[in-house]
Design a protein around this ligand. Structure first.
Ligand code: ADP
Length: 682
C-alpha cells in the first residue's frame, strides 16, 4: 500500500466521507462553470479574444476549480468537527446517564436492610458498570476483632483469585496502609509500568494484586470510621485514571454508610446469639462444681457450635508449664492426649496475654518452621487460642483447632471463644475454691477421726499403766506383804507411773514444738556418741534384735540439743524393735554428705506401705493393719522426730518394702568447722 494510502487510512472515516463529498461537489461546480464559459457564453454570442481563448479559459477554470475545492474542503472539515462534537456530546450524555443510573440503581438496591455480602454484590456490580470491563473490583471490610480486612466480595475477571482473602493491617502494602487506611485518601496507579518503583514495592508486599497494570485503592469512610476499602485492578494500563475513579468514589460514600449499619446490625445479632450460647454454657457450668463436668459442658458445646476438629483446655501457671488437661475431639479426630505439652499456639497466646488466631499455620510467619512441622504432623492447619487468667495469674489456655484445612476465624468466633474462656475462668475458680473447701473439710474429718482414734488409743494406753498402779496399790494396802514384795510392787508402780509421765510429756512436747514454744539447748554434739549410747540402752530390752553400728569416724560434730537428738534416736530404735516382732538385725549408720550428717536406722521388720510413708510423720498417723493391731503406740513418736529434726534444720524421711523392713533417714547440718575438716579429710 502507498504511503498516501496509509495516511488516508489514518484519517477518520467521517472526514474521508466529507472530503470525498466536497471533492465531488467541487467537480460538479467546475463542470457547471465550464458549461457557462464554453457553451452558454458562445451561445449568447460572447467570444473571448481568439489568440488567448484556450489559456485564459483553462486558467479561469483551474482557479475556480481550486477555489471551490478549497471551500469544499474547509466545509468538510467544519462539518466533520461538528459531527464529532455532536457524537461526543451524545456519548458523554449517555455515560452520565449510565453513571447516574448506576448510582440510582445502587441507592435503590441499598434502600432495604441488607447483609454485608449483599451490599458488596450491589456495590461491586455498580462499580464495574461504571468502569472498563477489564477491571476486577474487591470490597474489603475491617474486622475489629480479627484486626484485619476481610474480603466481603470480588467481581470481575480476576475475582476468583481474590475472593476469601484476609489482609492483616501489617499484610497490606505500606503505600495503601499509609495513604488509604491512615490518611483515608484514594491511592491510584493508572499505569503500573510507568510507576515501576512504587509498583514493584507494592507488588512485593501484596502479591495478590501483583499482576495488575492499573490499580486503585479507595477508602470507605462512614461517620468518621474507616469501614473498609475498595480495591480495583485491571490488566489494561490506563483503565483506572483520576476521572474514571470519581464515580466509584461517590458510590463508595453511599455504600460506606450501609456497610457501617450492616456491621453494626450483624454485630448486635451475633452478640445476642453469642450471649445465648454463653448463657447456656454458663448454666451448664454452674450446675456443677466438678471441674471435669464443667469442662465437658462448656468445651464440648463450644467445639460443636464452632464446628472445629478439636478443643483443648490446657492448664499451667506459665507458658512452658501448659499441658493438656481436657480435650474434646470431633468424631474421627485423633486425640492429642492428656498431659501433652506441644501446644505452641496456646503457649503463644499465654505469652502475649491475648487471643491469637492462625488461619493457616503453613503461611504464618509468627511461627518457626519446627513448630509448623510439629503441627503439620498432627494435621493442624488453623488454630485459635486464648489464655485463661485468674486475678492476673495464668491458669491455662483454651485452644480450638481445625484439621486439614485453613479456617478464617470470624470476629464472632473469637468473641465466642473469649466469652467461653471467661466462663471457664469463673467456673474453674469456683470449682477450685470448692475443691479447696472439700479438701479442708476432708482434712478436718481426718483430724477429727484421728483425734477420736487418739482418745481411744490414749485411753487404752493410759489405762494399762493405771490398771497396774491401781492393782499393785490395792494389793499393797489390803494384803499382808513382806518387805521384799512391797518393794517389788512399789517398783512396778513406779515403772507404770514413769510410763504415764513419758506419754504425757510426749504430748506436751509435741504441742510445744508445733506451736514454736520449744527452746533448743544447743551445744556441739557428737552424733556417733548419741547413736552408740542409744544402741546400748535398747539392747537389754531387745534380745532378738542384734543392733549393729556402722559409724563414720570422720562425722564430726553438729550444733544441737543433746537430749532432743537422743530422743530422735530412741524413738527410731524403739520403732525398729516394736515393728519387727519376729526380731531381725537393726543397723545404725552415719556418714558425711556434703555439709550434712546422714543418719540411717534400718530394720528387717514388717515394713510400711508406700502410701503411708508420708502420713506416719503426721500426728496420730498410724498404719492400721492386722500386723500392727496388737502393737501399742500413740502415733506421736515420728511427729516428734520430725519436729526435732526440722528444728535442727534437717530432714527426715522413710523408705520401706512391706515384709522386708524399713529405713529411716535423717540429715542434720554439720557444725561449720567440722564440716570443713570433714571436707578436707575427704
Ligand atoms: P507409734 O506410737 O504408733 O509407734 P510413731 O509415730 O512412732 O507412733 O509411728 C507411726 C506409725 O509408723 C506406727 O504406728 C507404725 O505403723 C509406723 N512405723 C514407725 N516405725 C516403723 C518401723 N520401723 N517399721 C514399720 N512401721 C513403722
Amino acid at each position: 500500500m502507498s504511503r498516501q494510502g496509509r495516511k488516508m487510512r489514518k484519517l477518520p472515516r467521517s472526514l474521508r466521507f466529507y472530503v470525498a463529498a466536497s471533492t465531488f461537489y467541487a467537480a460538479m461546480v467546475f463542470l457547471a462553470v465550464q458549461y457557462i464559459y464554453t457553451v452558454q457564453l458562445a451561445e449568447s454570442g460572447l467570444i473571448v479574444a481568439r489568440h488567448d481563448t484556450g489559456d485564459l479559459l483553462a486558467s479561469i477554470q483551474l482557479v475556480s476549480f481550486v477555489v471551490w475545492l478549497g471551500i469544499s474542503l474547509i466545509a468538510a472539515a467544519i462539518m466533520h468537527r461538528l459531527a464529532t462534537a455532536l457524537a461526543g456530546a451524545r456519548s458523554a450524555e449517555e455515560q452520565k446517564e449510565q453513571e447516574l443510573g448506576s448510582i440510582f440503581g445502587l441507592s435503590a438496591a441499598l434502600a432495604g436492610p441488607l447483609e454485608l455480602e449483599e451490599i458488596g454484590q450491589h456495590f461491586l456490580a455498580a462499580v464495574r458498570n461504571a468502569l472498563d470491563p477489564s477491571v476486577t473490583a474487591v470490597l474489603i471490610a475491617y474486622d475489629d476483632v480479627l484486626e484485619a480486612f476481610r474480603t466481603v466480595g470480588a467481581e470481575g475477571p480476576q475475582a476468583n483469585r481474590l475472593r476469601g482473602q484476609t489482609y492483616s493491617t501489617a499484610g497490606l502494602a505500606t503505600a495503601i496502609r499509609t495513604r488509604v487506611i491512615d490518611h483515608r485518601r484514594p491511592f491510584l496507579v493508572p499505569d503500573t509500568a510507568a510507576d515501576a518503583e512504587t509498583w514493584t514495592k507494592l507488588a512485593q508486599e501484596m502479591p495478590q494484586v501483583a499482576g495488575a497494570r492499573s490499580f486503585a485503592a479507595l477508602p470507605l469512610v462512614s461517620r468518621d470510621r474507616l469501614v473498609g476499602a475498595l480495591l480495583v485492578i485491571s490488566d489494561r494500563a490506563g483503565a483506572l485514571v483520576a476521572d474514571r475513579v470519581q464515580m466509584p468514589m461517590i458510590m463508595g460514600q453511599y455504600v460506606a454508610g450501609s456497610i457501617h449499619s450492616a456491621l453494626s446490625v450483624s454485630d448486635a445479632e451475633s452478640r445476642a446469639e453469642r450471649e445465648a450460647l454463653v448463657n447456656r454454657v454458663a448454666q451448664q457450668a454452674r450446675a456443677s462444681l466438678d471441674p471435669d463436668e464443667i469442662l465437658r459442658g462448656t468445651v464440648d458445646a463450644l467445639g460443636r457450635v464452632l464446628g472445629v476438629s478439636r478443643a483443648i483446655v490446657s492448664s499451667g501457671v506459665s507458658e512452658d508449664d501448659l499441658n493438656v488437661s481436657y480435650e474434646w475431639d470431633a468424631p474421627g479426630v485423633e486425640p492429642v492426649g492428656r498431659g501433652a505439652r506441644s501446644i505452641p499456639v496456646a503457649q503463644f497466646a499465654a505469652r502475649l496475654g491475648r487471643t491469637v488466631v492462625v488461619n493457616d499455620i503453613r503461611q504464618d510467619r509468627r511461627f518457626a518452621e519446627g513448630t509448623k512441622d510439629d503441627l503439620k504432623q498432627r494435621g493442624v492447619v488453623a488454630v485459635a487460642a486464648t489464655p485463661i487468667r485468674v486475678g492476673g495469674q495464668l491458669k491455662g489456655a483454651l485452644a480450638l483447632s481445625q484439621i486439614d484445612r485453613p479456617r478464617e476465624w470470624s470476629a464472632n468466633d473469637v468473641r465466642l471463644i473469649e466469652a467461653v474462656a471467661h466462663e471457664l475462668r469463673v467456673a474453674m475458680t469456683s470449682a477450685e475454691a470448692f475443691e479447696q473447701q472439700r479438701r479442708a473439710v476432708a482434712e478436718l474429718e481426718r483430724l477429727n477421726r484421728a483425734k477420736s482414734d487418739f482418745v481411744s488409743i490414749v485411753s487404752h494406753e493410759f489405762r494399762t499403766p493405771l490398771t497396774g498402779i491401781q492393782g499393785f496399790s490395792e494389793m499393797m494396802s489390803s494384803e499382808d506383804l513382806t518387805l521384799d514384795e512391797m518393794k517389788e510392787y512399789a517398783g512396778d508402780i513406779n515403772k507404770d507411773a514413769q510410763r504415764l509421765n513419758r506419754m504425757i510429756n510426749e504430748m506436751l512436747d509435741l504441742d510445744k514444738m508445733e506451736s514454736g514454744r520449744m527452746q533448743l539447748h544447743e551445744e556441739a554434739v557428737d552424733l556417733n556418741a548419741i547413736a552408740t549410747e542409744s544402741a546400748d540402752r535398747i539392747r537389754p530390752n531387745a534380745p532378738a534384735h542384734p543392733v549393729t553400728l556402722r559409724l563414720d569416724p570422720a562425722l564430726g560434730t553438729i550444733m544441737g540439743d543433746r537430749d532432743k537428738l537422743t530422743q530422735v534416736l530412741a524413738n527410731l530404735l524403739n520403732n525398729a524393735v516394736k515393728y519387727s516382732p519376729k526380731g531381725g538385725e537393726i543397723v545404725v549408720s552415719t556418714r558425711v554428705e556434703g555439709a550434712a550428717a546422714h543418719l540411717v536406722v534400718r530394720d528387717h521388720g514388717m515394713g510400711i506401705p508406700k502410701e503411708a510413708l508420708d502420713s506416719i510423720f503426721e500426728r496420730y498417723g498410724r498404719v492400721e493393719s492386722r500386723a500392727t493391731r496388737n502393737i501399742r503406740g500413740t502415733g506421736l513418736g515420728l511427729p516428734i522426730v520430725r519436729q526435732i529434726v526440722q528444728l535442727h534444720g534437717g530432714v527426715v524421711w522413710a523408705e520401706s518394702t512391706v515384709g522386708e523392713g524399713s529405713v529411716f533417714h535423717v540429715t542434720l547440718p554439720l557444725a561449720a568447722r567440722s564440716s570443713a575438716v570433714a571436707e578436707a579429710a575427704s
